[in-house]
Design a protein around this ligand. Structure first.
Ligand code: KIV
Ligand code: ZN
Length: 509
């Protein structure tokens, strides 16, 4: 069976999604999980766009050894030299050069002729060959480019040394059958195409990114690019987990394989959602909360008789934890550790101790602790690992008579306790005002949402917030059985991320 190369661009195109910025540490955490998932290529970023992106790509290239680590760059010799510095320590670095090919982009945006595009592409690829022979070239806006020009351009970049040629539907304009015809045309009409892997990269503006990617694969593309949870610019990129599971579930149709450990899909999805702050909709294929839930009596009846009657995939094959196992107050450290490891977490002793203490605290407030609770608890612990400010105590009074009041105690970076109180229009407002008096970083709250992790009155409530400072958005999350505490934790989490970004910027000056 032929194999499809899985190229993940969650950290580059995915991070380009409005409001989804990640810091270097978060990117590294996602890269580690992508390595566990088994992707072939991680596009770690666009190093020349910012010092922060450069640093994130450099760290990932140094630490993540199994997949190829790729950096995106413009067709510009200096950009190649600079970007190479970020990936050169990777075990298998990949240079990814992008240049527009459609007349719309050439005329209105670049103001260049086709001849100039050919020259720039050839020169940049040739220049990149000085560093590596793992070179990808993308003809941006290929779906709106005249096929004859794509053939000409691809022939030239392959002759110059490109080993992967990526055909992007940059604006999500293509239709599945048409996209298959484009790929077939390339395979037929580019004379040296056997010297390169043909790749596809689809956006979801018409909701067809996955369908178009699969059509391209069926037509002969052997690399597919996409993002976990389908995040990305505008309506997003093709959802990798959907493509992977389609190839696996319908191997009778595709006759293809990937190197993906599909059991890692769910965890990867949760991590990306947790760190980017983009919730996964309940009806999302493969990883949505309802993807494997059945409610119709007829379906449940069939399922109980034989699961394949209404399930085309086993939820365990994508790593969805079964929520039938429930821990509680009397569960010991051993049972907790066992459950963690079944859920795919391996914590060191210190982190395990902290997580177990948090588990015991939760068990005092909540009767049954499900897998979802445990995941949320571990995520909460991991969020607080490198924080500067830490919530120590919180007390609020509120109701329909009194003025909402909050008293807050934070532990500061130097380990000093800081206390203050404030009045607000509601309890959350009062808490945020009290925190502002202590942390003193101007910002604007742009988004606030609460969702419950599990069912029941004692469920953990998770708060997601976004704050903006100097034009940059920072996401924060917090989870607790008390949603005012979750709100405080989420705000402190966002402030800590803002402060860390400011500190990193300051260091570079
Ligand atoms: O959508 C696009 O064209 C891209 C390229 C950089 C591959 O993201
Ligand atoms: Zn893209």
């Amino acid at each position: 069976m032929d194999r499809v190369i899985i190229f993940d661009t969650t950290l580059r195109d995915g991070e380009q999604a409005a409001g989804g910025s990640l810091n270097a540490q978060e990117k590294l955490e996602i890269a580690r999980q992508l390595e566990r998932l088994g992707v072939d290529v991680i596009e770690a970023g666009f190093p020349v766009t910012s010092p922060g992106d450069f640093e994130a790509v450099r760290v990932i290239a140094e630490k993540i050894r199994k997949p190829s680590i790729c950096a995106l760059m413009h067709a510009n010799l200096k950009a190649v030299d600079e970007s190479w510095k970020a990936i050169k320590k990777a075990s298998n670095p990949r240079i990814h050069i992008v240049l527009s090919s459609s007349d719309i982009h050439l005329f209105y945006q670049l103001r260049k002729s086709r001849e100039q595009i050919i020259e720039m592409s050839r020169d940049t690829v040739k220049h990149a060959r000085k560093y590596t022979d793992n070179i990808e070239f993308s003809a941006m806006d290929a779906s709106r480019t005249e096929p004859a020009f794509i053939y000409q351009l691809l022939k030239i970049v392959i002759d110059a040394g490109a080993t992967t040629v990526n055909i992007p539907d940059t604006v999500g304009y293509a239709m599945p059958q048409q996209w298959a015809t484009v790929i077939e045309g390339i395979l037929k009409n580019v004379p040296n195409i056997d010297k390169a892997v043909v790749s596809t990269h689809c956006h979801n503006d018409l909701g067809l990114a996955v369908a178009n990617s699969l059509a391209a694969i069926k037509a002969g593309a052997r690399q597919v690019e996409g993002c976990i949870n389908g995040i990305g610019e505008r309506a997003g990129n093709a959802a990798l987990e959907e493509i992977i599971m389609a190839i696996k579930t319908r191997s009778d149709f595709f006759n293809l394989t990937t190197r993906i450990d599909t059991k890692q899909i769910y965890r990867t999805s949760r991590l990306v959602s947790d760190l980017t702050g983009f919730h996964v909709q309940p009806n999302k294929a493969i990883i949505g909360g309802n993807a494997f839930r059945h409610s119709s009596g007829l379906h449940v009846d069939g399922l109980l008789k034989k699961s394949s009657t209404y399930e085309i995939m086993d939820p365990r094959s994508v790593g969805i934890p079964s929520s039938s196992i429930v821990l509680g107050k009397t569960s010991g450290r051993h049972a907790f550790r066992e459950r963690l490891s079944e859920l795919g977490y391996t914590l060191n002793d210190e982190d395990l101790n902290k997580a177990f203490a948090a588990f015991k605290e939760l068990a005092d407030k909540k009767k049954d602790i499900t897998d979802r609770d445990i995941e949320s608890l571990v995520a909460e612990e991991q969020r607080t690992i490198s924080e500067q400010y830490h919530l120590d105590r919180l007390q609020v009074t509120c109701g329909d008579r009194g003025i909402p009041t909050a008293a807050v105690r934070l532990m500061s970076p130097g380990g000093k306790a800081l206390e203050d109180a404030a009045l607000g229009t509601g309890p959350v407002d009062a808490v945020y005002k009290a925190i502002n008096r202590l942390v003193k970083v101007p910002n604007e709250l742009t988004e606030f949402s609460v969702k419950s992790i599990t069912e029941g009155i004692d469920a953990i409530g998770e708060v997601l917030i976004r704050i903006e400072s100097e034009g940059v958005t920072y996401t924060g999350r917090g989870a607790d059985t008390d949603i005012i505490v979750s709100s405080a934790k989420a705000y402190i989490n966002a402030l800590n991320r803002l402060l860390a970004a400011k500190k990193a910027k300051g260091k570079k000056k």
